[in-house]
Ligand binder design. Structure first.
Ligand code: GUN
Ligand code: ZN
Length: 425
């Protein structure tokens, strides 16, 4: 189906931190979508066609849908659990909750809630951890495929230091992951992420088999956690006494490269930073989670100066909001504490094209360039009385974006399109 979507369009074609002319903005803009893809973008005057169906989103802003590069699907009922830092939080709240995904019918029900929440918050692609149970990944992929949403997901592999109900074995973790890859990787818009949870919950035998999976499936992403919390690092190094540092464990088993997403990456050694840069591995910044769990302050500027590009993500349920706007808000504040500045252009680039580049998917998602999938978010910068009042004094696009970044959340999401289809309301 061919249609025209009208509104104020904003799309980045470069990183505004590196380049002056990083984006294209049309005040009276339009996007023509054809069969789920963007066929053309320009001014409404240039793109109007007699007889073409039109959806009018004026006066709102139309951007590429947000991309969340680190989120835990089985933690939709963990978010806002009180009083613990990482290891206690996992043991007290998270592992028991994830064990419920073994129950028949639970994962499919939660998958619907999860995808509804993502769309309500303007997120069209997420990189998701599922539970250890094969059926949790099966449920998420099935639900995302039915909506034509691009999900990158994997069942966590974990074979120690957690309750029996959330453990696999090196062999079953390998077999289940392999079966899921064969069924779902590049089925429609689905992609598989090989997912060793973190070094604490995997034996060397499981890490070995993870490395084998990665060698057998070099097209799959890999996701894990790195150096989120000081107690976690100490425990990890006690479990792998020969490792030079935390990253060395993942390096030893052949996991580093441009496909790996290293959640958190806060407390890093110099050698780890150098190896990340050399291997083009990607840290992922999870601001609301890092504050909520008291984990620490991510050094985006320091990593960037070393040529490392980071993703940004919610990390629900350690994170506290599904909103990438709220994530950028807390990210701004963390970088303030680091003496760094997150400009609104850089922020909106990050949540769209920046995250797409980290995934190596910028030709498919994250921009409004012709040929990309028509995954869009429509943002209302006057969604609340407080925002409308503040907007009376905004005179530039940068100011408007910053108001959205600081004050916006799902109330600012007027519509979300997936492959050209409106998904809300
Ligand atoms: N490290 C290992 N598992 C997890 C998780 O579920 N959440 C967070 N924030 N860190 C982790
Ligand atoms: Zn996580």
């Amino acid at each position: 189906m061919r249609q025209l979507i009208r509104g104020r369009t904003l799309s980045f074609h470069a990183d505004p931190t590196d380049t002056e002319n990083a984006f294209t903005y049309h005040e009276d803009g339009a996007i023509i979508t054809d069969n789920g893809r963007i066929a053309a973008i320009g001014t409404y005057a240039d793109l109007q066609e007699p007889g073409l169906a039109e959806i009018d989103n004026r006066p709102h802003l139309i951007l590429p849908g947000f991309i969340d590069t680190h989120i835990h699907f089985p933690q939709v009922q963990v978010v806002a659990s009180w009083g613990a830092q990482l290891l206690d939080w996992l043991n007290t709240y998270t592992f028991p909750e994830e064990s419920r995904f073994a129950q028949q019918g639970h994962a499919p029900q939660m998958a619907e809630h999860f995808l509804n929440l993502l769309l309500a918050h303007g997120t069209t692609t997420a990189v998701a951890y599922c539970s250890v149970h094969k059926q949790s990944a099966e449920a998420l992929f099935s639900a995302a495929h039915a909506r034509n949403m691009a999900m990158i997901a994997g069942k966590v592999m974990m074979d120690r230091n957690a309750p029996e109900g959330v453990l696999d074995t090196p062999q079953s973790g390998y077999d289940d992951s392999k079966a899921l890859i064969e069924k779902w990787h590049r089925t429609g818009r689905q992609r598989y992420a090989i997912t060793p949870r973190f070094a604490i919950t995997s034996t060397p035998e499981q890490m070995q088999m993870t490395g084998q999976l990665v060698r057998e499936h070099p097209d799959c992403h890999i996701q894990t956690h790195l150096s989120e919390n000081r107690d976690e690092i100490a425990f990890t190094l006690s479990l792998y006494p020969k490792a030079r540092d935390y990253l060395d464990i993942y390096e030893t088993y052949g996991l580093l490269g441009d496909k790996i997403l290293l959640g958190h990456s806060i407390h890093l050694e110099e050698r780890e930073i150098a190896r990340m840069a050399e291997t083009d591995s990607h840290p992922v910044f999870c601001p609301t989670s890092n504050l909520f769990l008291g984990s620490g302050l991510f050094d985006e500027g320091g990593l960037r100066a070393r040529g490392i590009s980071s993703g940004i993500a919610t990390d629900i349920g350690g994170g506290t909001s599904y909103s990438m706007l709220q994530t950028l808000n807390e990210g701004y504040k963390i970088l303030q504490l680091r003496g760094q500045k997150l400009h609104p252009f850089a922020a909106f680039h990050w949540a769209t094209r920046g995250n797409a580049c980290v995934l190596g998917m910028e030709n498919e998602i994250g921009t409004l360039a012709p040929g990309s999938m028509a995954d869009l978010v429509v943002l209302d910068s006057r969604a609340t009385p407080a925002m409308a009042l503040r907007m009376e004094r905004a005179t530039t696009l940068a100011e408007e974006l910053f108001i959205l970044q600081i004050m916006g959340d799902d109330r600012s999401v007027a519509q979300t399109y997936v492959a050209g289809q409106p998904m809300l309301g």
